[in-house]
Ligand binder design. Structure first.
Ligand code: BG6
Ligand code: MG
Length: 211
């Protein structure tokens, strides 16, 4: 392995609750049922695809303009909530593991569907830390399409076969597999049949990469 590509939300830090609050606010306004279980389905999925999942419970049909406005509205609420994030939202475990991986000489990159990636990295004090960032701003196809990871590999100038993808979402493990990457799965990502390594915790990466 020469490079490690990390998903952001649910791997490096936890933004689930903010996504949930922001989508819930929009869903309540539109009178659409939304719960934590539906929120789980949004993991790794782009903003517009997430909105489509939420609208599955709607009885109304909306135009593309209306959908764009809803996604924008949700994002404004979400961005406000992100302002609460600080370096305290980066755990000692994640920070220590990243530093150790860097000491071992791996290239470190981000592969996230989020268009707020840089904003979040700044909030948690990882601005400028990664060798490359591939995120929602440089892709046109969301996970489980491998585009975001293929771009990250390209940005660090390594073959997918030499990169390990770290993910918490099944869609992310699927994307890694389709792109020819090995993967390390946390939490729900264990359920995917193609996950290469199952991590109980983030720091297990140090053990897995010794082999
Ligand atoms: C992913 C999250 O990282 O980013 C998804 O897991 C989210 O839940 C997606 O929908 C897009 O995020 P954003 O910040 O571009 O709305
Ligand atoms: Mg994730």
């Amino acid at each position: 392995m020469k490079a490690i590509i990390f998903d952001l939300d649910g791997v490096i830090c936890f933004t689930d609750k903010y996504h949930y609050h922001a989508w819930k606010q929009l869903a309540d306004k539109l009178g659409i049922y939304f719960d934590a279980e539906i929120n789980n389905r949004l993991r790794g999925v782009s903003r517009m695809d997430s909105l489509e999942i939420i609208l599955e419970k709607s009885t109304k049909q909306y135009s593309q303009e209306e959908k764009d406005a809803f996604a924008e509205e949700k994002n404004e609420v979400y961005k406000n909530l992100l302002q609460q994030m600080s370096t305290a939202d980066l755990s000692d475990e994640v920070r220590g593991t990243l530093n150790e991986l860097r000491n071992r000489g791996y290239k470190l990159a981000i592969g996230s569907s989020s268009k707020n990636t840089k904003r979040i990295l700044k909030q948690i004090g990882l601005d400028g830390f990664f060798d490359a960032i591939s995120d929602g701003t440089n892709i046109s196809k969301s996970k489980p399409n491998p585009e975001v990871f293929l771009k990250a590999a390209e940005f660090v100038d390594e073959d997918p076969a030499d990169c390990l993808v770290v993910e918490d979402a099944e869609a992310g493990i699927e994307a890694a597999f389709r792109g020819g990457f090995k993967s390390a799965g946390i939490g729900e990502a264990h359920n995917h049949p193609q996950v290469t390594y199952k991590l109980e915790k983030f720091s297990d990466l140090l053990r897995v990469l010794r082999n």
